[in-house]
Design a protein around this ligand. Structure first.
Ligand code: KG4
Ligand code: ZN
Length: 361
């Protein structure tokens, strides 16, 4: 069974064709990053307009890359939420017209279920049950995946998502949008033990909180800027951002020498520590032998390495999708769509975009 997947929930216009939920025949992605970079983040109205401009060409590209004609597919799967409502509507409207014109079944896919299904594309042997850490620009969830369409949220963020924290800190230190991948690059040049940022724990829950950490980093930067008269965002990766201080009596005081890369590495370490700690704790408590990572932040090299290493210490295998399937793409939507279509979960042409929906519904 071949499904056309369509994804337009944020700033990527994507169409893909996937066979039997696992084999990617094509995955065309038009990214709007260069457009939104000018504004330092996604501008919803511009995102919708770009989706409308690009969607037909991107779908044509997906068919051309797969070497297939429109009638060669068995169904259309589309992201209907959560996401930016105007952006979602572009994909939903296109998918409905396509399914109607070609008389093919239509399947609605929850964006986060798609992110989880990205693991099926990179790991043909992976089957539920497993535990999944979903970390993206909008979500930080630990989810029990007990079947292809059965989910239970064990923990989630109480404020910012992990990706959001990466993007905000990146912006303050002068990295271009989207900051997550740039932070990863910068952190590799630094020492993550230089600065000790807070890790939030709740007494009776494995929920996350990244807002305090983000504020701690931003406050640290502001303090440094005032004290040493520097502008962190204007410095190079390995320039020292602290300087020696001189007291009035002429006695030199040495401040710890910290570079922008050390700052990025220390922040990353704080995020990764708590993500790994809570996910491993959940897996041990609930007896999971497999942990999958999903979402854009699952591209993070420190998170991948740390989860793998700590998982191994406890006999837990850790997997994650290839980077192109971690960030928003339509192949993951087609994969999830396959499992829904197989169990008869099609939808009507009255399908609407929904900006907020729980994965447990
Ligand atoms: O899943 P995704 O493409 O979109 C959402 O559904 O939100 O995730 C995008 C997020 C952004 O916040 C981006 O900065 C982050 O994933 N991201 C990363 C990395 N690559 C992307 N964060 C940390 N390290 C990375 N290597
Ligand atoms: Zn996403």
């Amino acid at each position: 069974m071949r499904l056309l997947g369509i994804e337009t929930s944020c700033d990527e216009t994507s169409a893909a064709i996937v066979e039997d939920g696992r084999k990617v025949l094509s995955n065309a992605i038009y990214t709007q990053i260069d457009t939104h970079k000018l504004y330092g983040g996604v501008v919803p109205e511009i995102a919708s307009r770009k989706h409308i401009e690009k969607i037909s060409a991107v779908v044509d590209q997906a068919f051309a890359d797969a070497g297939l004609a429109f009638h060669d597919i068995d169904g259309v799967a589309v992201t209907y939420g959560p996401g930016l409502v105007g952006a979602l509507l572009c994909g939903v409207s296109y998918a409905k017209s396509f399914a109607y014109a070609l008389k093919k079944p239509l399947v609605k896919v929850h964006h986060i279920k798609g992110h989880i299904a990205a693991n099926y594309l990179s790991h043909p042997e992976l089957e539920p049950p497993f535990l999944c850490l979903v970390v993206s620009g909008g979500h930080s969830h630990i989810i029990e995946v007990s079947d292809y369409n059965a989910y239970h949220i064990v923990a989630q963020t109480r404020d910012d998502a992990a990706g959001e924290a990466f993007d905000k800190v990146a912006r303050v230190i002068g990295l271009p949008y989207p900051g997550g991948s740039q932070m990863d690059r910068l952190a590799k040049r630094g020492d993550g033990t230089k600065l000790d940022f807070p890790r939030v724990h709740f007494p009776d829950s494995l929920d996350f909180s990244f807002s305090g950490l983000k504020t701690a980093v931003i406050n640290y930067i502001h303090r440094i800027e005032q004290r040493y008269d520097v502008k962190v965002s204007l410095l190079g990766d390995t320039d020292v951002i602290t300087r020696e201080m001189f007291e009035g009596n002429g006695v030199k005081q040495h401040a710890p020498l910290v570079t922008k890369a050390d700052l990025a590495a220390s922040f990353t370490r704080a995020v990764v520590d708590i993500l790994v700690e809570n996910t491993i704790k959940t897996a041990l408590e609930k007896n999971y032998r497999t942990i999958a990572l999903a979402g854009g932040v699952a591209c993070n090299s420190f998170l991948r390495d740390a989860m793998k290493q700590v998982g191994e210490q406890h006999g837990i295998s850790v997997c994650y999708p290839e980077p192109v399937f971690c960030t928003d793409n339509a192949a993951m939507i087609a994969s999830m769509g396959y499992y829904l279509l197989k169990s008869g979960e099609t939808c009507g042409l009255d399908l609407n975009a929904v900006p907020y929906i729980s994965i447990e519904k």
